[in-house]
Each structure stands twice: as C-alpha cells, then as structure tokens.
Design a protein around this ligand. Structure first.
Ligand code: HEC
Length: 117
C-alpha cells in the first residue's frame, strides 16, 4: 500500500497541483505586462476593458494596433516589436479569455493580487 502511494499517488497529486496553479497563461501575462502594462495597467484590468468582439477587431488586421498608437513611438516599439508579433495569437487569446463578459475573477498568485491598476 505504501509503495502504491509513493509510486502513483504522489506524482498524480503533484501534477494536479501544477495544473491548478496554472489557471491562466502566465507566460503571456508576463509578455503583456512587459509590452503594454506601463501604459494600459495590469493584463487582467486591460483585458476587461473590451468584450470579445472588441478584442477581435483590434487584432483582425496587423495595422490596426499600429494605427492606434501612431503618435506614440514607445507604444509603436511594443506593437511592432518581435515579442509582440511572436505572441500575438496568445495575447489575443488571453484578452478574450479575460474580457469584459468572461466572468473571470482572479485571486492572488505570484504575478497578480487582485489589484485593478
Ligand atoms: C507607451 C504607451 C503604450 C504602450 C506601450 C501600449 N499602448 Fe496601447 N495605447 C496607448 C495610448 C496612449 C492609447 C490611446 C490612443 C488614443 O486613443 O489616441 C492606446 C490605445 C490602445 C488601444 C485602443 C483602445 C483603448 O483601449 O483605448 C488598444 C486596443 C491598445 N492600445 C492596445 C495595446 C496593446 C495590445 C499594447 C501592447 C502590445 C499596447 N497597447 C501598448 C499607449 C500605449
């Protein structure tokens, strides 16, 4: 019995706790924090400002976000940067998953603690 516990149950519990900790895409969370956060606030706060359709519109064409930030060289560096282009689909998915009517509310974790700015 003890043997069974160690061999099967412990790894199963460990794996489960890993998944539980990863309730959202924390890698993309960090990318958004870095690329957009200094102007738009935390990724969850930012995501909530639009509904799913709103986010789709901004990401439909490559040029839309460039146009929106036309007068802001710092922002252009973000939305035209390599990291943004690489994570573009993940970023859109993050915004949609956490958008206005998604009903998602986050508690505290290592990245985030329920603040709204
Ligand atoms: C250096 C500051 C800065 C950075 C960095 C920045 N933005 Fe913006 N963004 C702005 C400003 C300022 C506006 C408002 C432009 C206007 O309305 O004239 C804006 C507007 C927007 C809008 C239009 C709708 C709205 O909320 O007003 C979207 C969508 C947007 N940004 C997405 C992003 C995303 C996604 C990133 C990161 C990849 C990003 N921005 C990075 C400054 C920034």
């Amino acid at each position: 019995m003890q043997h069974f516990f160690l061999k099967l149950l412990v790894p199963a519990l460990l794996i489960q706790s890993l998944y539980a900790a990863e309730k959202y895409d924390s890698k993309t969370f960090r990318v958004i924090t870095k690329e957009c956060g200094m102007c738009h606030g935390t990724p969850f706060y930012f995501a909530k400002q639009k509904d799913e359709d709103g986010w789709m519109e901004y990401f439909e064409e490559d040029q839309t976000l460039v146009k929106v930030h036309q007068k802001d060289p710092k922002a252009l560096k973000s939305v035209q940067g390599k990291r943004f282009r690489y994570y573009r689909e993940d970023i859109l998915k993050f915004f949609i998953d956490n958008s206005k009517y998604s009903g998602v509310v986050h508690g505290c974790d290592a990245n985030f603690c329920g603040t709204h700015h």
